[in-house]
Design a protein around this ligand. Structure first.
Ligand code: ADQ
Length: 458
């Protein structure tokens, strides 16, 4: 089988044992190990000058090829256009979107430079799989240098409605570039409908029922490929951690109270402020939960050099302080807000310990935390998932209590419902969701995308 090349903004740090930080990295790395291949992208380093060529590291059948970025490239391509223009807009936060034409120029320049760095490493029959919004123009840049390999693209974040996408000034250039791929994958059917709508009504292209597209003089395919996890491995990890130090310490402070858990990067798309207010509302409308329930929010910082991220941090610190000041007692803190990263095994066991998994983003491509929470549960006595309808995962996880994250009262009622749900109903909902998680695992996601990519132009 032809060699696989993965291209992503960041190359995931993979330890010698082959285990990476997250499920996605592991899923992709498994595919590379099976067929042999290369993972190409940014090393995460910012250097004073651009390197002449990628740094190459071989680990068994997998080659890691990484480059550093200059400060200017980082500012324009990564912090600027990717994370201060595309990220807010694609998460329906046009109010937070900042646009600077020079940053867009930098985004295109860095994509072209990255493509140029990869070309000497390519073989004619390599299959190239590019990931996420940082790299929309990557295939166009390769095509301009005469590369004819099969190239696929997967968007991990939501694909926004046309009327939202067109607020990005160079939307037409972006979408023209997107059509240089052979296969474009999005997370869910609603994302696919939005993409189709743009291609038909803004680009004046045609899209067939089975996802064949003709637009901007190019032919390609589009499809929905919901990303998954390895549910049974996560369940095993959660079970193993039951006697770990972190959980022992936690239990000592809980005194048999019920536990609600949320885990997110500290991002305004994750709906953290509304979530805190809904927990406050729960304590307000159901006083029986006071001193009986604790809420742990784990939210490590990300992108803290962007102003909107500094603001959400300040807002959350103020909200957790205010709510705790209002309800806390000598021996009970309602919200424990942990602004830090934890190991996967610790998070998995925390999920298993929690009676409620509270996952309420305002918008999310998929949200793997929702899936991990379900997989981590004890099937004999599972917790309940409270899930935003605006997470891609809500398309699959119909055993969750689905909420609208804007509706603070509705979320408080869902928390109350979850905390009081009888065992039979919890088991039935959990079993239904586990069936879906096993059917749509990360290997199914990867294999179906790569099968469709390998089938194009054959
Ligand atoms: P993210 O926005 O990062 O991903 P999500 O899918 O929920 O969101 O999480 C990714 C991973 O990070 C999960 O495996 C989670 O366990 C881990 N993680 C989160 N907080 C952590 C913490 N405090 N410590 C350690 N690990 C933590 C983007 C899109 C999502 C999409 C994924 C994959 O925004 O919508 O689901 O990519 O496609």
């Amino acid at each position: 089988m032809s060699r696989l090349i993965i291209v992503s903004n960041r190359v995931a740090p993979i330890s010698e044992g082959g285990m990476a930080a997250g499920g996605l990295a592991v899923g992709v790395y498994d595919a590379l190990r099976e067929t042999g291949g290369m993972w190409f992208g940014w090393s995460g380093e910012v250097a004073s000058a651009a390197p002449a060529s990628p740094k190459i590291e071989e680990r068994g059948p997998v080659t890691f090829a990484t480059v550093s970025l200059t400060r200017r490239d980082y500012d324009q391509y990564y912090r600027g256009f990717s994370n201060d223009t595309l990220w807010p807009t694609f998460h329906y936060r046009s109010d937070l979107t900042h646009y600077d034409r020079h940053e867009f120029d930098g985004y295109q320049r860095v994509n072209a430079w990255l493509a140029h760095q990869l070309i000497p490493l390519l073989r004619p029959d390599d299959v190239i799989w590019v990931h996420d919004y940082h790299l929309i123009p990557f295939a166009e840049a390769l095509r301009q240098e005469g590369i004819t390999n099969r190239i696929g693209f997967f968007l991990h974040i939501p694909f926004p409605a046309s009327q939202v996408l067109v607020t990005v000034p160079p939307h037409d250039k972006l979408m023209r570039a997107l059509c240089c791929y052979d296969l474009v994958g999005v997370q869910t059917e609603p994302d696919l409908r939005a993409l189709r709508d743009y291609l038909e009504h803004e680009a004046h292209g045609t899209v067939s029922a089975d996802g064949r597209v003709d637009a901007y003089g190019r032919s390609l395919r589009i499809g929905a490929y919901p990303i998954g996890i390895y549910p049974d491995e996560l369940a095993a990890l959660a079970k193993e951690g039951q006697d770990g130090r972190h959980l022992k310490n936690l239990r000592q402070t809980m005194h048999e109270r019920r536990l609600i858990v949320s885990v997110d990067r500290l991002d305004y798309s994750k709906g953290l402020v509304e979530r805190f207010r809904a927990f406050e509302k729960l304590l307000e409308i159901s006083p029986n939960h006071r001193a009986q329930v604790s809420f742990i929010q784990v939210a490590p910082p990300t992108r803290s050099d962007i102003q909107s991220y500094q603001q959400i941090r300040l807002q959350l610190e103020a909200e957790s302080g205010r709510i705790n000041g209002r309800f806390a007692e000598m021996d009970w803190t309602p919200i424990r807000y942990l602004h830090r990263q934890y190991e996967r095994a610790v998070l998995a066991s925390l999920f298993r310990e929690a009676h409620v998994g509270y996952v309420t983003p305002l918008r999310d491509g998929m949200n793997l935390v929702a899936k991990e929470y379900v997989a981590a549960q004890d099937p004999e006595d599972p917790g309940v998932l409270v899930l935003s309808r605006f997470a891609g995962a809500a398309q699959e996880l119909d055993g969750a209590l689905i909420v609208n994250p804007i509706d603070v009262q509705g979320m408080a009622e869902a928390l109350d419902h979850a905390l009081g749900m009888p065992l039979d109903e919890r088991r039935a909902r959990h079993a239904r969701m586990m069936t879906v998680l096993r059917r749509n695992s990360v290997s199914v996601w990867r294999d179906s995308f790569l099968r469709d990519l390998r089938a194009v132009r054959q």
